[in-house]
Write a protein that binds this ligand. Structure first.
Ligand code: ADP
Ligand code: MG
Length: 593
């Protein structure tokens, strides 16, 4: 007896719908994408009860004639591609011809549509996949789709829906994505009869972000700096160093205009923001990646949420470089903040006649050395092989000392400065961490991390898997300044370590390094791994809170900080500087409300 049988059409659609339509937000996504593909200039979205009871999307696009209005409800009916060749370079958001039949099979569905020139439009009513009514409908040119009682015929699905609020949030996120991808289209969103937003069409992304998310966020975004012309271009706006969120909620990424979630790009952003964000924080991005459509496969995810790149590393590198470039380009305006006010407005700070400071706690820095960072390391690395000569590090001459006004140091930790805006506080520890970090990284890039021989080499036995891993990564470890030799089965000899690492417990150290390297993605370069190691260790070597610094040392610190590539934050992403504006002070003192 044969057991294989074809599914009835409606059931087949419901099965397919399971993949495309996960929740109300998926319906919104598909409908809005259709409106965009249909050249809508103005799109209205209306929902009730988290989209579960009603979703209505109305556009002023090209509309459909009667035949198309019926045909578009068939599975695999699409106007967007015709051949396999088209699939390789899809330029529309949709292309599968699955969305409408899927939605119609799991809801009470009503489509009204009219072409511009047509005298009459059409109305099609479908319930649970069965067409119930087809008639003339005289609506305005364009298309309106109404989806009621989503999943009414699939109780199991319906049970999986979250609260109305959660579903609403997902819908809103969808709309944000679409609105950001298409500033040239006007959007309005009504939720339970309340107008949530109304976005006028605009020519530029800035205006759209302003209308959607406000001027405060906009002020903290950087334009992605253009790079050398390559096959992958990256544009958009991204958060300044330190502007972050605890989730990816504001990490908007678009590939050829399509909102996507991409682990490749996510990792690239993380890498680009390396040392500019705190651990566990995500950058805020409105990132547009463009490349030849033939280089991207958009047909890998049922909801078209993911794509596959033919050359992921090319995309990754382009994104990393774009982020780095942009963050570094922000330096000048940041340095500007350190400028003291015009001389006429400065009331010079009157110092008490050489009030002898509290006995310096074994001052670590002696000012006449070329650099504070240098002096520390020069002491520590006397026996090491690298020359203590500091390479000409600054790409740019540091700001002249007269341009900033140091008022003093608070609590042996915060350098107080005055600028045109008011008060600037610099965390001397964070600042010094940043300076040391960049200094060491520069050396590592130039000649590998210097290595210092241990007085007694250490023999360390490792678990077989770790041992195997070490064998494979010996070169990387050397580059990082860890001199490891094989010394028998699963046994290694650690002969030298970077001078800035404490080798009190070499076995622990090696194990730590193995663990962190293993957990790092394999796409990480040895350089990046070395960087991580440096970032972890500089902290212990940087000026601590309550290290007393003399005035020239403070000045040097600020100079060196201003010359850093990413001066805004320490290598762990904590800010180095905080500005308290005169305006804020006025508010605090009740001079201004
Ligand atoms: P796809 O978008 O993958 O082509 P859909 O099921 O979403 O598949 O839509 C099927 C077809 O219906 C589209 O190709 C398009 O021709 C037509 N269509 C859908 N929505 C609209 C709309 N809002 N305006 C005009 N035509 C539309
Ligand atoms: Mg579609």
């Amino acid at each position: 007896m044969s057991r294989v049988r074809l599914l009835p059409d409606t059931l087949a659609s419901q099965v397919a719908a399971g993949e495309v339509i996960e929740r109300p937000a998926s319906v919104v996504k598909e409908l809005v994408e259709n409106s965009i593909d249909a050249s809508g200039r103005s799109i209205e979205i209306m929902i009730r009860r988290g989209g579960i009871s009603l979703i209505r999307v109305t556009d002023d696009g090209i509309g459909m004639d009667r035949d198309d209005a019926l045909l578009c409800l068939e599975r695999h009916a699409t106007s967007k591609i015709r051949s396999a060749a088209d699939l390789a370079m899809v330029a529309t958001l949709g292309f599968r011809g699955e969305a409408l039949p899927s939605i119609a099979s799991v809801s009470r569905f009503r489509l009204t549509t009219r072409e511009k020139e047509a005298i009459a439009g059409s109305e099609v009513i479908v319930s649970g996949g069965r067409i119930e009514t087809v008639r003339d409908g005289g609506e305005a040119p364009g298309t309106q789709v109404e989806v009621r009682s989503l999943f009414y015929n699939l109780p199991a699905r319906r049970k999986f829906l979250r609260s109305e609020n959660t579903e609403t949030r997902h819908i809103e996120h969808q709309l944000y994505l679409q609105a950001i991808a298409h500033p040239e289209i006007a959007f309005s969103f009504v939720r339970d009869d309340r107008l949530i937003f109304q976005l006028p069409a605009t020519k530029n992304l800035r205006d759209r972000i302003h209308d959607l998310l406000g001027s405060e966020l906009l002020a903290r975004l950087l334009e992605v700096s253009p790079g050398a012309k390559g096959r992958v271009t990256v544009t958009g706006l991204i958060g300044q160093a330190g502007v972050s969120r605890a989730s990816r909620a504001q990490q908007f990424v678009f590939v050829n205009g399509r909102a996507i979630e991409s682990p490749v790009i996510g990792a690239a952003l993380k890498e680009g923001y390396h040392t500019a964000l705190m651990k566990g924080q995500y950058p805020v991005t409105f990132l547009f990646v463009a490349l030849d459509p033939a280089e991207v496969d958009v047909n890998v995810h049922p909801a078209k949420r993911e794509v596959r790149f033919r050359d992921p590393s090319e995309v990754r590198e382009a994104v990393v470089a774009a982020v780095r470039r942009s963050l570094e380009s922000d330096r000048e305006s940041w340095q500007e903040q350190f400028r003291a006010p015009a001389p006429s407005t400065v009331v010079p700070f009157v110092r008490p006649p050489e009030a002898s400071p509290p006995e310096p706690i074994a001052p670590r820095f002696v000012s006449p050395t070329p650099s504070m960072a240098q002096s520390r390391f020069a002491v520590e690395t006397q026996q090491s092989s690298f020359s203590p000569q500091r390479p000409p590090p600054q790409k740019q001459a540091p700001t002249a000392p007269s341009q900033f006004q140091i008022l003093g140091v608070l609590n042996k930790l915060y350098v107080l400065m005055e600028n045109a805006d008011g008060l600037v506080l610099v965390d001397q520890h964070a600042a010094h961490e940043r300076i040391l970090f960049e200094e060491l990284r520069r050396r590592m890039e130039e000649k590998g991390v210097p290595s210092q021989r241990l007085l007694l080499s250490q023999v360390i036995e490792l678990a077989p898997r770790d041992a195997e891993w070490i064998e494979q990564n010996m070169a990387t470890l050397r580059k990082m300044g860890l001199g490891v030799e094989e010394f028998g089965r699963h046994t290694f000899k650690l002969e030298s370590v970077p001078p800035f690492l404490s080798a009190a417990e070499p076995a622990r150290l090696l194990q730590d390094v193995i663990d962190s390297l293993k957990s790092a993605s394999n796409s990480s370069s040895p350089l990046r791994l070395g960087e991580d190691m440096i970032a972890k260790t500089v902290c212990r070597h940087a000026v601590k809170a309550n290290d007393y610094l003399r005035e020239p040392e403070v000045e040097k610190l600020i100079h060196d900080l201003l010359a850093c590539e990413l001066p805004y934050c320490c290598p762990h992403g904590r800010p180095t500087m905080i500005q308290i504006s005169l305006g804020e002070l006025e508010k605090k003192f009740g001079r201004k409300v």
